[in-house]
Design a protein around this ligand. Structure first.
Ligand code: NDP
Length: 311
């Protein structure tokens, strides 16, 4: 081991609800956790607006504010929170070796992975411009703001289908834009979408530009990929639901991942394929993807890390 190597009992990678909850528990268990916040400190919640479904906030709270409170709570018990991105891990032997872009190399007795997932985006300039001002990656989080209005959603998988039906209950009309003439979603979800009267399918089409002004989104320009013709939809909200990808690039070859690249955990635990390495939150969950479930698994990971270190 190099002389400059720093020894850490519990290293947490990622700073969403899973990472911070793991930190609160690990710190209170005296594991002196060190956290690398990652590319997007606070995680996906920092790009949403109001959070109304996290228990304990009866009046709601904004995503960025909530994550600041998570951070303060983790620090209150002694978590060392570092602004930096982990770039390389070696889980082949113990202690685990972790390198970060602050130049530090850490030797960790246990690691909790909470790097989350990232929504895939279309990549349009206007999509970025109106992010949080009518463009959203999460209908469950933001659909509420578009009650009795017209919205559009892009995607043809189960997520898009589920979010479209969710939005249809709140909104006046939901345009569902899909690049082909057949949905990828399961038959049951397809049936649900196609039989919901206020969902209008826009087949063979791709969003071309999000239209808007200072107030936010006012419309969406879509192009029919068969005819090449463009048309504008008057919508106040635009939801992108073309899938998520787990942030697991640096773990490939180090841990078992599933066929969608999520970290595999033993059912009912946060234990990965490497003893002493735990995974919590969206990086190991493509099903629930909620802040509260991520926090729950973060707590599990810290308790499991504590037991592992004690044994
Ligand atoms: P998927 O990868 O299944 O679907 C993504 C959808 O977005 C596809 O229809 C795809 O089109 C479209 N798409 C991808 N990239 C673009 C692009 N650049 N422009 C336009 N459209 C694009 O992702 P999901 O998030 O829907 O689902 C992920 C997994 O989670 C799936 O296995 C799904 O079954 C599962 N899931 C299950 C649920 C449930 O059981 N209740 C709920 C939610 C998800 P195309 O079809 O042409 O490729």
């Amino acid at each position: 081991m190099g002389e400059n190597m720093e020894m850490v009992r519990c290293l947490i990678i990622g700073s969403g609800p899973a990472g911070y909850t793991a930190a609160i528990y690990a710190a209170r268990a005296d594991l002196k956790p060190v956290m690398y916040q990652g590319m997007q400190p606070g995680g996906q919640l920092t790009i949403t607006t109001e959070v109304d479904n996290f228990p304990g906030y009866p009046k709601g709270i904004t995503g960025p504010e909530m994550m600041e409170e998570f951070k303060q709570q983790a620090e209150r018990f002694g978590t060392q929170v570092r602004f930096g991105v982990v770039t390389e891990v070696d889980f082949s032997k113990r202690p685990f070796i972790v390198k970060a872009d602050d130049g530090k190399t850490v030797a960790a007795e246990s690691v909790i992975i909470a790097t989350g997932a990232s929504a895939k985006w279309l990549g349009m300039e206007s999509e970025k411009k109106f992010m949080g001002m009518g463009v959203s990656g999460c209908a469950t989080c933001d659909g509420f703001f578009y009650r009795n209005q017209d919205v559009a959603i892009v995607g043809g998988g189960d997520t898009a289908a589920e979010e479209a039906t969710y939005l249809a209950k709140l909104c006046k009309k939901v345009y569902m834009i899909h690049r082909r003439d057949e949905l990828r979603a399961s038959k049951a979800m397809q049936h649900k979408v196609l039989s919901t009267p206020n969902i209008e399918m826009v087949w063979n089409s791709a969003p071309e530009e999000v239209l808007g002004d200072q107030s936010g989104v006012t419309g969406l320009r879509v192009r029919n990929v068969k005819t090449g013709e463009s048309s504008d939809l008057a919508v106040m909200g635009f939801f992108v639901a073309i899938g998520h990808k787990p942030n697991t690039e640096i773990f490939a070859g180090q841990l078992e991942l599933d066929d969608m690249s999520y970290v595999k955990t033993k059912p009912g635990t946060t234990q990965t394929s490497v003893e002493g390495v735990f995974a919590a939150g969206d990086v190991q969950d493509h099903h629930y993807r909620q802040a509260v479930t991520a926090a729950g698994t973060g707590c599990m990971a810290a308790i499991e890390a504590e037991r592992f270190l004690a044994s």
